[in-house]
Write a protein that binds this ligand. Structure first.
Ligand SMILES: Cc1cc2nc3c(=O)[nH]c(=O)nc-3n(C[C@H](O)[C@H](O)[C@H](O)COP(=O)(O)OP(=O)(O)OC[C@H]3O[C@@H](n4cnc5c(N)ncnc54)[C@H](O)[C@@H]3O)c2cc1C
Length: 302
């Protein structure tokens, strides 16, 4: 039986894994990817020790650190459920079942979907949720970005490096992001914005050809585009744990000061929890804290 399973390969999960392995715990880190949201940040300027570093580069450093320490991982697997057993917990993915004494949930947040017709059909065929990963695919193309917050503004500023034109399709009357980002977007000659527009559908044939939106007068209009990035926020990845651990109304896992959930033996850290601040350095710190508390729990139970 494992001492601990860490769910999630973002900053919180990778930091937790480092602390647990250095305590000589028998652990497994399960995650579809290594990097999480942080890998989607084009520039990180607030992580101690790095004045400026791209999100993917910083996350590469994190993952090579856990690799060097010999953390056992199941990359590409996604946890579907956690069940309580007599001696601990059974964690299930589509590929396997793993028994463990403790669970450390660090599953962060996942991109929110619009849930409109065509979104599923054209995912990977023009529609993406990661500007920094897929932006270079749209060299000299027309790209729509749906959203008006920091993620959407970041995506627009990233994509304009490659695309011929960027069309921001924003539900609100104005952007809701940081002033610096708003100014950069407004100054850009390549970025056009349609305000008060509700995206209603994506269309195309084999690949995406455009989207439809409802304008403020209720008229349906179209934007022809080769790519579309849905940047409408993030939602806590707690679906697999919602019947076991207590969540707040935002679907975040409730934790105490020692990263304990309401279930003895299950700890949580980072953006998936109800801590207020969501940042890389905070998630990494919370991961470390949760790991040390999980370790103490395991040692005391022996
Ligand atoms: C565009 C953007 C820019 C940002 N810029 C900055 C910045 O400049 N500075 C800063 O400090 N912060 C920034 N942030 C915030 C920062 O990225 C997050 O606070 C941080 O990544 C949270 O780390 P985490 O490990 O808690 O969660 P996440 O980074 O969300 O990682 C969660 C991990 O869990 C995995 N996972 C999800 N569900 C499951 C499951 N069922 N089973 C297994 N694994 C699962 C995910 O695939 C992912 O690997 C930015 C965020 C975004 C989106």
């Amino acid at each position: 039986m494992l001492d601990s399973i860490v769910i999630g390969g973002g900053p919180a999960g990778m930091s937790a894994a480092i602390y647990l392995i250095r305590k000589k715990m028998n652990i497994l880190l399960i995650s579809p990817d290594f990097g999480g949201q942080a890998a989607k940040s084009s520039e990180v300027e607030n992580y101690l020790g790095f004045e400026t570093i791209s999100g993917p580069e910083l996350m590469q450093k994190f993952s090579s650190h856990i690799e060097k320490l010999g953390v056992q991982t199941k990359q590409g697997e996604e946890v579907k459920s956690i069940a309580k057993t007599e001696t601990g917990f059974m964690v299930k993915t589509a590929e396997g079942e793993y028994e463990t004494k403790t669970v450390l949930i660090a599953s962060g947040k996942m991109p929110r979907r619009l849930n409109v017709p065509g979104e599923e059909d054209f995912f990977g065929k023009g529609i993406s949720y990661c500007a920094i990963c897929d932006g270079p695919l749209f060299h000299d193309k027309v790209v729509a970005i749906i959203g008006g917050g920091n993620s959407a503004l970041d995506a627009a500023l990233e994509i304009e490096k490659y695309a011929a034109k960027v069309v921001l399709v924003n539900l609100e009357k104005d952007f809701i992001g940081d002033e610096i980002r708003k100014d950069r977007v407004k100054e850009s000659k390549k970025i056009e914005t349609i305000f008060e527009a509700t995206t209603t559908e994506f269309f195309g044939e084999q690949f995406l050809k455009g989207l439809k939106y409802k304008d403020k007068d209720g008229q349906i209009k179209e934007v022809a585009c080769d790519g579309a990035f849905v940047e409408v926020g993030w939602t806590p990845a707690t679906g697999f744990a919602k019947d076991l651990v207590e969540l707040n109304p935002l679907a975040e896992i409730k934790i105490d000061l020692e990263n304990k959930t309401n279930v003895s033996g299950i700890f949580a850290a980072g953006d998936v929890t109800d801590i207020k601040e969501k940042q890389i350095i905070i998630a990494a710190g919370e991961g470390a804290k949760a790991a040390l508390n999980a370790w103490q729990y395991i040692v005391l139970k022996k």
